[in-house]
Design a protein around this ligand. Structure first.
Ligand code: HEC
Length: 135
């Protein structure tokens, strides 16, 4: 076989290597996107119904012990604030003026407890996604 013929034969193989590598990178990227869990309002509602409804209502009314009704809560606080509040209301209310005011507004001196379930980022994301639907 002549050298020229050989080159023609193997050239497509070399040319395809970068394309293959690129394909693999795209595939890895797709897996990453698929693995990054999205905020899930439905799951958020399940967590909410299991924990938060002990104290909160989802209309405008405060509960019997003065826990704020959570309707329209995203017009009062943004998602970043809510994320910090949910993770640690007791700590956050010592650092943030708005959080402090929210605690002081409770007529019974009750402070929202730091909940173990809210130490999981995905749970907070899902709850916030659910809170967005309370309009
Ligand atoms: C043991 C009762 C209790 C539980 C359980 C509880 N909270 Fe609270 N929450 C409170 C109280 C009381 C306040 C008012 C601020 C304060 O005094 O700490 C509050 C305030 C809030 C606020 C601020 C509302 C506003 O209008 O500023 C949000 C948001 C909130 N809670 C969300 C939640 C979510 C979501 C859950 C469930 C994961 C939850 N809470 C569970 C008692 C509770």
């Amino acid at each position: 076989m002549h050298l020229r013929q050989l080159i023609i034969l193997i050239l497509p193989f070399f040319l395809s290597i970068p394309a293959l590598a690129e394909g693999a990178a795209v595939a890895t990227e797709a897996v990453k996107v698929a693995e990054a869990p999205q905020a899930d309002a439905k799951r958020g509602k399940e967590i909410f119904d299991g924990i938060c409804t002990h104290c909160h209502r989802i209309d405008y009314e405060d509960s019997a012990v003065g826990c704020p009704g959570l309707k329209d809560v995203l017009t009062r606080h943004d998602a970043v604030w809510l994320n910090q509040w949910l993770q640690g209301p007791e700590t956050f209310s010592k650092q943030d003026e708005t959080a402090k005011a929210v605690v002081e507004a409770n007529p019974y001196g009750l402070i929202m407890p730091t909940l173990p379930e809210m130490q999981i980022e995905q749970n907070r994301k899902d709850i916030i996604e659910y809170l967005k639907t309370l309009k």
